[in-house]
Design a protein around this ligand. Structure first.
Ligand code: URA
Length: 242
């Protein structure tokens, strides 16, 4: 009798691969428990809708129109434009504020410490980074991670609006004060807006705390998890109706 494969060369997962999956699962469950989750329902077809032809081509067009953007002063400080990543047909879009140090270097949104927390939140929702779409209000890093200025937001916003139109998500989750203020055109704080849905051009929007804020105030994770559960229920409802 052959010993069980440990290298994965047979096409079956190796012991190391299974251990890594188990460790990740343990991590996600630990995070959910820390957020106050005591159980979860299965979300049918949580990830993708039927592919519509438009998403990828329309997104490519937005990226190409953005080009090597010089529309505002942020271009002087950037290493990379951070356009957005994920499924061009995603049902759920996360919108953050703007790239930080790690994102500027890599060209990908939410890859630093806050990004790793966002990854854990997405995994706890039973989704993956590849099945949602992630982008920001501004696509170049503001110096010293300051808030983007009104003219910088104004230059970038038409591209975000076109991204949203191209992906056409059912739901948007705004992460933090800047994304919430810009998309919902309000100065009401996130703490008073979160926990219920708002409207952006017919799309349901759930504002929640920014992952960087959660790193500083972990006690706010419980409220964020409750916002994520509302998004999950809405996705479940949508997939039952479509
Ligand atoms: N914070 C953001 O708002 N966006 C990123 O992409 C990274 C950190």
């Amino acid at each position: 009798m052959r010993a069980p494969a440990v290298t994965g060369e047979t096409g079956s997962p190796s012991v190391e691969e299974l251990s890594a999956v188990l460790a990740e699962l343990r991590n996600s469950l630990g995070f959910m428990a820390a957020c106050g989750c005591t159980g979860f329902d299965r979300i049918p077809d949580a990830g993708r809708p039927e592919a519509s032809a438009g998403g990828i081509a329309a997104l490519d067009e937005v990226r190409s129109d953005l080009g090597d953007c010089r529309r505002c002063g942020l271009c002087r400080f950037r290493t990379h434009i951070v356009f957005g990543t994920g499924d061009p047909h995603a049902r759920l879009m996360f919108v953050g504020e703007g790239p930080g140090y790690d994102e500027d270097l890599s060209g990908e949104p939410f890859v630093g410490r806050a990004g790793r927390l966002l990854d854990r939140i997405i995994a706890a929702m039973g989704l993956s980074r590849a099945s949602v779409y992630i982008c920001n209000i501004v696509k170049c890093r503001p110096p010293e991670n300051r808030d983007p200025l009104p003219d910088e937001i104004g230059s970038c916003l038409p591209f975000l609006e076109r991204q949203i139109e191209a992906v056409s998500p059912r739901l948007i989750c705004t992460l933090g004060a800047v994304a919430t203020r810009v998309l919902l055109q309000t100065s009401v704080p996130v703490s008073r807006l979160r926990g219920r849905f708002h409207d952006y051009r017919g799309i349901r929007v759930m504002p929640t705390y920014h992952p960087a804020f959660l790193l500083r105030y972990p006690e706010k994770k419980r409220e964020t998890w409750s916002d994520m559960k509302a998004l999950m229920s809405e996705m479940e409802m949508n997939s039952l109706l479509t």
